[in-house]
Design a protein around this ligand. Structure first.
Ligand SMILES: NC(=O)c1ccc[n+]([C@@H]2O[C@H](COP(=O)([O-])OP(=O)(O)OC[C@H]3O[C@@H](n4cnc5c(N)ncnc54)[C@H](OP(=O)(O)O)[C@@H]3O)[C@@H](O)[C@H]2O)c1
Length: 267
């Protein structure tokens, strides 16, 4: 398979490395199309594929093209590359907020897929939700799923509108966890710990809790009960959270993110 990545900044590079790591494509068949000259030089030195400019004719040989430029650069990019997209190629966009309809119209190409990854793709632990234009075949969807799964887990959504929820939950999700971790570390410091020690306690607790959630076939309420005994310390904290309406605040926050995602994509 011949793969082209257009826009090889942070995310483009993550995909290039992941595809090579899992032998989805070899370096000779990987084309990195990048506008920024300094970045092209950096990519050349990494020796991870053929580095070209955005309008290089070699793009005409691609089976699959990944668009990883910033959303605001798409309007300028589309007219430059639309004549270079082979008729049967699949185009996968990871640009936040650019709808399938916009991709298909501006690229004049029907085989388009829109994916919403999150930042843990950088360490192979990403979560990507994706949706496809109705013209895309099941085989194309499967093949793209294989590709995206080199950076973590993937979920396909029939209804593109669900990508706003994906953006709110897993797309922005890492920031919510960082926020909670920061608050817990702050609490540890106020109790007399150094930041490093508090961070160790919090990070390991987060990792261990994830393993419990992932392995225990128990509802969340029961998992909470296994830690929170009547009249104990955890219950004291949970009562304070309830008084501060933390649960409702989190749900409200995620709904605000979903709404903002819909606004940004104009849907
Ligand atoms: N980071 C995340 O967690 C995350 C999550 C979901 C989705 N995304 C999406 O991923 C996309 C890429 O994000 P990023 O953080 O990797 O951005 P980035 O580091 O800025 O990378 C984009 C690269 O594309 C280059 N570029 C711009 N216009 C181009 C063109 N016409 N042809 C070829 N290359 C071009 C840019 O060059 P210049 O620097 O010269 O402009 C830059 O090197 C965004 O659309 C974002 O919405 C990111």
């Amino acid at each position: 398979m011949k793969v082209t990545i257009i826009g090889c900044g942070n995310m483009g590079l993550v995909y290039a490395r992941a595809f090579l790591r899992y032998n989805i494509v070899n370096a000779e068949n990987l084309l990195l199309a990048e506008k920024n000259e300094a970045r092209r030089d950096e990519l050349q030195q990494m020796k991870i594929g053929n580095v070209v400019v955005t309008t290089d004719k070699a793009i005409l040989n691609s089976d699959l093209i990944i668009l990883a430029v910033k959303p605001q650069d798409f309007t300028e990019l589309a007219p430059k590359i639309k004549s270079l997209i082979p008729e049967k190629a699949t185009v996968v966009s990871i640009m936040a907020g650019i709808t399938l309809n916009r991709l298909a119209t501006e690229l004049e190409h029907q085989f388009v897929i829109r994916a919403m990854p999150n930042s843990p793709v950088e360490v192979g632990m990403g979560m990507t939700g994706f949706s496809a234009h109705p013209s895309v075949s099941i085989d194309q969807i499967r093949s793209v799923e294989n590709l995206l799964s080199t950076t973590g887990r993937t979920v396909f959504f029939e209804d593109e509108k669900m990508l706003d929820a994906v953006t709110a939950i897993s797309g922005s999700g890492p920031a919510y966890f960082f926020y909670i971790v920061r608050a817990m570390v702050e609490a540890g410091k106020e109790m007399g710990m150094t930041e490093a020690v508090a961070a160790t306690l919090v990070k390991q607790t987060m990792l261990g809790s994830f393993q419990l959630i992932n392995n225990a076939a128990k509802p969340f309420d029961e998992l909470i009960k296994t830690v929170a005994s009547k009249g104990g310390t955890t219950e004291a904290a949970l009562t304070a959270f309830g008084e501060g309406k933390l649960h409702e605040t989190i749900v409200k926050g995620l709904k605000c993110a979903e709404k903002r995602s819909a606004e940004l994509s104009g849907s």
